[in-house]
Design a protein. Sequence first.
Lengths: 243, 254
Amino acid sequence: MIKIEHLDKWFDDRQILFDINTEFKPGVANLVIGASGSGKSVLIKCMVGLLEPDKGKILYGDQDFISLEYHHKQNLRREIGMLFQNNALFDSLTVEENIDFPLRMFSKMSPEERKERVNFCLEKVQLTNANKKYPAEISGGMKKRVGIARAIALEIKYLFCDEPNSGLDPLTSRVIDKLLVDITKEFNITTIINSHDMKTVLDIGEHIIFIYNGQKWWEGGKSELIDARKSNKELDEFFLASF
Amino acid sequence: MNLISEIGRFVLFMKFVLHRPEKAKVFWKITFREMYLIGIDSVLIVILIATFTGAVTTIQTANQLLTPSDLFPTQLMPKFVIGAVVGTSSLLELAPTVTCLVLAGKIGANIASEIGNMKVSEQIDAYEVMGINSASFVTLPKIVAGLIMIPCLIIIANFLLIYGGVMACSATTSLTADDLIQGARLVFKPLYLKVMLTKSFIFAFLITSLSAFQGYYTTGGALEVGIAGTKAVTKICIFILFFDLIIAQLFLKS
């Protein structure tokens, strides 16, 4: 479980996040939604430690990520997987080398065990016959799958996805959404998906947080979303603009 | 103020870079690949630059010292002096400084744009999220490879500068290869070798670390990656010339 308490983030004299408080539960697809520039990417980057918040706490279990010492932070990060908006696959490595990379760095597995784990991850994301290809040689959807496979290569507890559907066609987007939900349920991980795709929200959003101008504007499940629109102008505008 | 904050940022960056590698086996594998890219891939350009510079320096020095003038009768000038001038300037300046200025363009721009591209495509962030010290992981192998390979390239350049001079002698009647070699050997001091090696290690560190630093802090897109490469080369050249002066002042002050 991840808990955020009173999180503020400033860039110079501009405040990006205002007193964010929320909780992300394991085994559930947690969605952070909002328009571009609303601060949802900043929130995710603060949570994985790529940006340092100015105030507040980010609790992974009972550990406050912000106040951890550098090497403790690094250890905790080994329990985190992240799917980046632009995939961030290592150009110079093949698909299987990309997935093998975290295993080679942090596991004590033998080369055979690692190979087995790589194939297991590739099977999980339904990607075959691409082991020896380089990222430049595969499609956008395949890159996303490789990104997910790399993120789950180590036995992670937390999975962050920054705009997992960006640049994908609607059909592939649905496949990736389903994949993320399946992985979340199967491994009981805490998954946080940052998205502005309303189809994703309606398909898989079990716990949704709507960020508006850096503030947590609304929080609830997808069944509550439709009712909430009636009383929440900003949420309604975002909902309608997404179609 | 900007320069001071930049130096401060560089010191902090180096504090992260100079960490024990996460996994020695992976570190050395990357370092060997970098040694190939920095060293072996640069041999051809070093051969060309050193040989031609050696030949041109010999011809020009001979022309200046052996051309009759009213001020100095050329018949009083021993020919080995040309060898002494060429040999000393090769060892002290041409081999380390000129070679490193060329390598700054080749290796420096390459490192800055490679790391800059990794930064803008979020690969550096991916290392960080995995719990890897990204600054050290991408930079330290390049610095170690540079510290091993660039001094080797400079030693090769030094021999080729003299070889270029010898080739130039065969094309002229006023100077023989023996004059050149004799002159170079006559004025050789172990101190010069020490100066050359000191320069080569310092310049190797500057080329690899400054270019990595410039690339690591790239933000934006493809345009900024290109700018990072150009900025890296400019900074490396300035620092090479600055440290060249300091080393000369420290070791050779008469």
